[in-house]
Structure formats: structure tokens, C-alpha cells
Design a protein around this ligand. Sequence first.
Ligand code: ZN
Length: 468
Amino acid sequence: MSLVVANGKVVTPEGARILDVVAEGEKIAALMPAGTAAAAYPGAEVIDATGLIVIPAGVDPHVHLLVGFMGQRSVYDFGSGGIAALRGGTTAIVDFALQRCGNSMLKGLAHRRRQAEANVTLDYGLHLIVTDVGPETLKELPELRAQGVTTLKVYTVYEEDGLKLEDGQLYALMEEAAKHDLSIVLHAENAGIVERLRAEAVASGHTAPRWHALTRPPVVEIEAISRAIAFCRATGCGVHILHLAAADAIALVEDARAEGLPVTAETCTHYLALTDEALERDNGHEYILSPPLRDAANQERLWRGLVRDGLQLVASDEVSYSAEAKAMGLPSFATVANGITGIEARLPLLYTLGVDQGRIGLSRFVELFSTAPARIFGFADKGCIAPGYDADLAIIDPQTRRVMSPESDYGDIGYNSYTGMELTGFATHTIYRGKVVVRHGEFLGSEGQGRFIARISPDRFLPEEGRK
Ligand SMILES: [Zn+2]
């Protein structure tokens, strides 16, 4: 079965041109002059993309589907969350498997794969959250790598949840991971500062949502990122900084990369679309996430980091706690579930704020949304419109504008953090492995169609002269 996407403005590695894209089976077969492919492939399904933009479908390397908080589950599991992602032009994600403290990482991986494979609707890889670094843990690394897990997630905070690794454990893990071609994805915050400031705030009765941000000042991120880069330099182990929010830390990443160290960083859509002003609203607790939202000047500096090479990609850090779940921890910020949904809105937010408002060009948008996440996280067949790659495409409409509301999301989350914002660049069609799986918001695929992807070694886009 062939599929032709005709006459669209196609973003290829060589730039954007009006072309026809031909998919045969699951792969991209050819790029042809506009208006010529339908005749060359008689019987093919043809989508006319005149006036529309065709991009490689998104890769979101930081999402949490099917997670729990105080007895509640996230709205999204691997089925519904995958559909939300597909509606947002994304066909591949990296979620997380968890090593239960004192237990095997491989067991954690097998457990998460069983959970996903019940109904997963898009391609997925898994980071392995390491909570305990004993000799048995380190012995599992080669097998983990053989099973397609290339990244270990480490938290430097959340001791109360049994997630935090001490520096000695992190260092030992990095030394060993480097030997087996594994790298670290890091939640980088300084636990000591956060814990002290939070205890002081709570003891003084300062429990309103804005204290969440005040107890996690930028130095919390800057210190932890500096530490990770020092460990990277000493061990040679690659580090990806998750959800970088403090713009002052961008220079650390830039310097490390200029030095040739295997360091990359992402920011998330919510840091680009929202500021700490949201924490002052009546529903301020719905904007509690970590690291916290920061001010408008910081936000513009994140954009500058995205224009340069200070930040390599934009992820969602998707967590779909319902309005009810977010409210459960009240009245204190310290007990509200952290997180925000964004798996579907990543596309229109990044397109509108980035391309439509003139902060980044179309090619850079595609790099941040799709190409760089695919390459940095080792999806060999994703992130590029060229023959031989998976026929995973998003067709986006740069004209139609919609005002965001709680009904904008696929799932019944009960609120939308971007309510009232007018956005454009929504996907009219999402094509996954050569098939149209979303047409104008409607899911046409099937539960369980997604696949686990064994990921390959990263390409971190380091400058040639700096490569180590
Ligand atoms: Zn996260």
C-alpha cells in the first residue's frame, strides 16, 4: 500500500521545499517534484497538502504516562496518552521504567514493557530510573544496553519518594555506564537547598503555590548541572539535562559542549509558554512542577538558548494529573503532585511561539521537535524526511487558529494550563509507519499498534573540533 502526501511544504534536511512525499509500506520511498507522485504510484492514497507544512513526526523524549500520586493514576496510559501524542503530531516517545529500591533494573524494564504493551498506540523507548546502585545493579548494565535501553534516569532530589541517588552512587553509576555505552538523563536540582528552603517556608506558614518557585531558586539547578558536568568530565559518561528551566545554566551546557564533553540539554514547552505569574492565580497549584516556572526575562533567554546550541531540544515532561489529583495536596504547595500535561500541545505551542511569532525558523523548529530528539535518543529510523526512514509525518496547518480550552486535549484532564491562548500549527494528519492514524483530531489507528524501540547510541551534534 502506498501513500502520497502531495504539494506540501516539506521540511527536509536540505531545507523546506514544495514536494510530494511517497510512503510505501512503513517507509518513506521517495521525494518527488510537486504534483508528480500520484501518477507515478497509481492506486496510492493521496493527501493533498497544498498550503500545509509536512514535517517529520515529533519525538518526545521525556514523558510520564501511567503514573500515580496519592492513590490516583494519571489520566493517560500508554493507549490514551499515545493517542494524545499522535494528535499532537508525535509518533515516538521515551517513557520511564523504574528500578524498585533494592530490586533488579531488568525486572523493572520487563514490568514497564508489559504495562505499555497492553495498549500502546505509538512507538516508545524507555529510560531506566535507577534508585539503588549496588554491585548487582552495575552488573545488569550490559544486558540493559543489549535490550535497547541506552539511558539511565537519575534524580538528585525526591529522597522522600525513594528516588534520589547520592553523589557517590551517581558517580559510580556514571563510571560504569560509560564502559557500556549508556548515558545519564538527569533531574538536576540541589536537594539540600530545596529541603532547607521548603522546611523554612512551611514552618513560617508560607504554603501558597508561589512558594514552590521561591523554594527552588535558579541556583538549585545551576549547582546540580555544574556537578553533573564535572562528573561527566571525570567519567566520560554522557549526560542529558532534563527540563532545564534556569537560563543561567545554559552557559554551562554551551561551555561543556564547546569543550567536547558529551552533554546535551532540553527545555520544556511549559517554560516557553508560561511564567511564574501563573502560580499567583486562583488555580496556581495546577502550575506546580519542578524545576518551577520562572520569570519572563528568563523565558526569553531560554528562547535565545534554543536559537543557538545552548539547548538542543524541547520535550513535554508530560504528566497528566487530573484537576482532582492536583488539588489533593492542597493547601500546601509542598504536597501538591508535580507535573503538567503537554504531550499534545507541544506541537502548537512550539510552532506558535517559535515559528509563527518569529523566534525560530521552520528548520530549527523541526530540529527541536523531531530531528534532535531522534538522534540524541537513538531512534535510528525517526526524525527525518528522507528515503529509508520510517514514514512518520505530521501535516500541520499554519493558518487555522484555535483558542485553547479544557476541551482541547484528547483526555479528560479537567483543566488546560494554556486556556485562553490562541495557537496555530495543529496537525491535520499524523502518519505513523505509512498509515494515517489521526485525521482532523480523530484517531484512526488501533490500541496496541505501538512498538518498543531498541535504541542505538546517541549522536549529540557536538562541534567537529570538540568531539572526544
Ligand atoms: Zn519528568
